[in-house]
Design a protein around this ligand. Structure first.
Ligand code: NAP
Length: 300
């Protein structure tokens, strides 16, 4: 498995990442099954697990932490990414009458402390601000994030769903380097390739993680774009004797920006083999065939 070293840090992540968002949606949320998924992921050489405080209505970190607690050697075999700042209006927080974002130092500190407790670990490898907060006080937020690294609770800090001006404003208020931005990218969600985000991230030496690399399963759906793209993915899969989901992931891996896809399947038979995506060859011509099918019109 290829590894990506995060800028200005000793942390390295696996090129392919496993996302824990859907962990609590599985019909089997037993610790045994969570552990089986962890084992399957690690067997693929995928050592980086992506969490967020809110995943599964705040259940996913807990489920994962219970599996880690059962075998103390597991934690050292992986890097844990988690996120904070989305405050959902759910039954868990009856006092909230609206969803909002909170990047205040008090909230960030509280959220990370709770993530550490639930995950049953003493350090988070990478903490991400989950979404840009329109009410952010960058000076206070930046300082709070720096303090988290200085105190040893978190090794590195990044962002998610941030636009260039959002991450540059935050970075200007921090000593430590923002290491990555996790954004939506897949064969059906290509905007970051053309709106300048992918270039800006490379220019600022911020690594790129792609969430929902299969468009959350929509590539298998009935949308017109999915129906145009799927025959091409199938053609490549057949020619290279592999799976269509892996071809969709390989389309992201083929890009020179060293994108790190975050796969989200709950199905162990689909976790098995994920690392084969790194061996699939997608040349420029094929990459643009898929691009064009997704757009539904030729490049201008
Ligand atoms: N930062 C953010 O704002 C943000 C937002 C969303 C997600 N994320 C991260 O990204 C990760 C991945 O997101 P995602 O789960 O949407 O990823 P994804 O890999 O694009 O989609 C996974 C979904 O596709 C389905 N699927 C996979 N292979 C399939 C197949 N061959 N046929 C039919 N369905 C198939 C899966 O169902 P099965 O489980 O049945 O395989 C699952 O429901 C999340 O876990 C989370 O860590 C981050």
């Amino acid at each position: 498995m290829q590894r990506i070293t995060l800028p200005n840090s000793s942390v390295s992540l696996s090129r392919l990442i496993y996302g824990a968002w859907r962990l609590a949606d599985d019909s089997d949320t037993s610790i045994k099954n969570v552990r089986a998924k962890i084992d399957a992921v690690l067997a693929e050489g995928i050592t980086t697990i992506d969490h967020a405080d809110i995943y599964g209505n705040h259940e996913c970190e807990k489920l994962f932490g219970l599996a880690l607690a059962e075998n103390k050697s597991l934690r050292d075999q992986m890097e844990i990414v988690t996120k904070c700042d989305i405050c959902m209006n759910t039954d868990k927080f009856p006092e909230r009458n609206v969803g909002f974002y909170d990047t205040s130092p008090e909230y960030i500190e509280k959220s990370v402390t709770e993530s550490l407790r639930l995950l049953q670990t003493d350090v988070v490898d990478t903490l991400l601000l989950h979404r840009p907060d329109p009410f952010m006080d960058a000076e206070k937020t930046g300082r709070a994030l720096d303090v988290l690294i200085d105190s040893g609770k978190v090794k590195t800090i990044g962002v998610s769903n941030f636009k260039p001006e959002d991450w540059r404003w935050l970075q200007k208020n921090m000593h430590h380097k923002l290491v990555l931005n996790q954004i939506e990218m897949n064969v059906l969600a290509k905007e970051p390739f053309r709106n300048g985000d992918v270039s800006a991230l490379q220019n600022d030496d911020i690594k790129i993680m792609a969430w929902s690399p299969l468009a959350g399963g929509e590539i298998f759906g009935n949308s017109a774009a999915a129906q145009r793209v799927m025959p091409l993915l199938s053609r490549v899969a057949e020619a290279q004797n592999t799976r269509v989901d892996l071809v969709a992931i390989a389309w992201l891996l083929a890009h020179p920006a060293n994108i790190m896809p975050v796969a989200g399947t709950n199905n162990i038979s689909r976790i098995n083999g994920l690392s084969e995506a790194l061996n699939i060859k997608i040349d420029r011509h094929t990459w643009f065939e898929i691009w064009t099918a997704s757009d539904g019109h030729p490049v201008p």
